[in-house]
Ligand binder design. Structure first.
Ligand SMILES: CSC[C@H]1O[C@@H](n2cnc3c(O)ncnc32)[C@H](O)[C@@H]1O
Ligand SMILES: [Zn+2]
Length: 433
């Protein structure tokens, strides 16, 4: 057994307490072997956590990682105009290699800010899987199907591609990659395709990841056409259940919150994207109170505009209060749970906790900084004061992905340079059409 001792730091435990402890990692199995008092454990290798806080690697439960190439490409528009006027036209020019390079850039950004797991929705998914394999993170991937503006043959082919991709890629990268079936949203996939393909996904045991109830523009047509709320419609076509998680859920009423809780459907809150696109404020505290598992996601870098989950933690805690007029809503510990244990739960990974037996997916946050002094409450710091750039080391599956702020798994400078070149060429092609 090759093992690694993460030594000398404080550790965030699953019950949100913090204690001085060392963490022993088995690098062959990729699991945490033990968490014990300082000096009690020994290992072959060591990762210095002194002056730092060992936390579970953060879980970005909803993103479009390759959209880093579109960071800053189109801002200050609402969702529908942003997608139709800017994003979808430029995405139609994306090559498989662009998607690979964009994903590589996003994964470097995630490693640098302490994220070890992501759940992604996009296309050219083989390229994203290769990038995830090389970068060493854990991911739930899938091909996102859109049927609007396609003929029947094209629509069915896209739904089939979502099923096939999920079946083919599941278990890739030594099991670090899992998959989901992905109808893009309740308005961009036609009812007949949902009724045909959702049962097929269920029969294959595939989890489902979709966008839902993101804007009022998306809610109104479903209510008009079906006489029911969007999540009632989702339940009617078989989409809800314990293996489904829906991104956004901004405009959900009480009946829909109850439906989420009753069916065990998860939600991924994306506060920065919801603010930037002026989509609205999700009723996160009400969903948590009802027993809904709520994780946290950045959405893509074009609607955020970064992939730093510490920003997301702070935004979730802040906007939770603004949405309710209650300063006790979405407290620090709840936000940290959303970004760790809840996200891992939604993605189906045994991560999100620093405990013996769990995946060794960890980040070490450097506390030696003016903006983290004094250290009255480190859970408060994680939610309100830590920045992604405070992360000193990142470990996933027992492998050190970043040591002393140096990414060890890929050449980060080369990735940035290639991404800049690909983004410029992409925008050039888009402007010609
Ligand atoms: C067809 S691949 C996934 C698709 O989703 C688009 N997307 C990015 N952000 C959002 C969002 O907030 N709501 C809905 N769709 C979004 C992305 O650009 C891809 O086209
Ligand atoms: Zn999204």
């Amino acid at each position: 057994m090759t093992d690694l001792l993460v030594a000398g730091g404080q550790v965030l435990r699953p019950d949100m307490t913090v204690e001085r402890a060392d963490v022993l990692v088995d690098q062959d199995s990729g699991d945490i072997v033990a968490v014990d008092d300082p000096g009690e454990l020994g290992g072959d290798g060591e990762l210095d956590a002194s002056g730092g806080l060992v936390i579970p690697g953060l879980v970005n439960a909803h993103t479009h990682v390759a959209m880093t190439l579109l960071r800053g490409y189109a801002d200050d528009k609402p969702l529908d105009a942003w997608l139709q006027e800017d994003i979808w036209p430029v995405e139609s020019e994306l090559t498989p290699e662009d998607v690979r390079v964009g994903a590589e850039l996003g994964l470097v950004e995630m490693i640098r800010s302490g994220t070890t797991a992501l759940s992604d929705m996009y296309f050219h998914v083989d390229e994203i899987a290769t990038a995830v394999g090389d970068a060493g993170l854990r991911a739930v991937l899938g091909h996102t199907a859109v049927t609007v503006a396609k003929d029947d043959e094209g629509a069915r082919a896209d739904m089939q591609a979502s099923l096939d991709t999920a079946l083919e890629l599941d278990g890739a990268a030594d099991g670090r990659i899992r998959t989901t079936f992905q109808p893009h949203s309740l308005t961009t996939v036609g009812e007949e395709y949902l009724r045909e393909f959702v049962p097929e996904a269920a029969a294959e045991g595939l989890p489902i990841h979709l966008h839902a109830n993101e804007t009022t523009d998306e809610v109104a047509p479903i209510v008009d056409e079906n006489g029911m709320r969007p999540l009632e419609y989702a339940e009617d076509v078989g989409l809800l259940g314990p293996d489904t998680f829906a991104a956004h859920c901004v405009h959900v009423d009480e009946t829909e919150i109850d439906l989420l809780a009753e069916t065990g459907t998860g939600v991924v809150h994306c506060p920065a994207s919801n603010m930037k696109l002026a989509s609205g404020m999700a009723p996160v505290q009400a969903m948590l109170d009802a027993g809904v598992t709520v994780g946290l996601g950045t959405d893509g870098a074009a609607s955020n505009n970064d992939l730093d989950m510490f920003d997301e933690l702070r935004d979730a805690a802040m906007v939770g209060k603004l949405a309710t007029g209650d300063a006790s809503a979405v407290p620090a510990a709840a936000a940290v749970e959303m970004a760790t244990a809840n996200g891992a739960d939604l993605l189906g990974f045994d991560s999100g906790r620093v405990a013996a037996g769990a995946n060794a997916d960890l980040a070490v946050v450097d506390l030696d900084a003016a903006h983290l002094t004094p250290a009255h409450d480190l859970v408060s710091h994680l939610a309100y004061a830590v920045r992604g750039s405070d992360v000193r080391h990142t470990v996933c599956d027992g492998r050190v992905l970043m040591r002393d702020r140096e990414v060890t798994v890929v050449d980060a400078a080369a990735v940035r340079e290639r991404a800049g070149e690909h983004a410029a060429a992409l925008v050039g092609r888009a402007s010609e059409n």
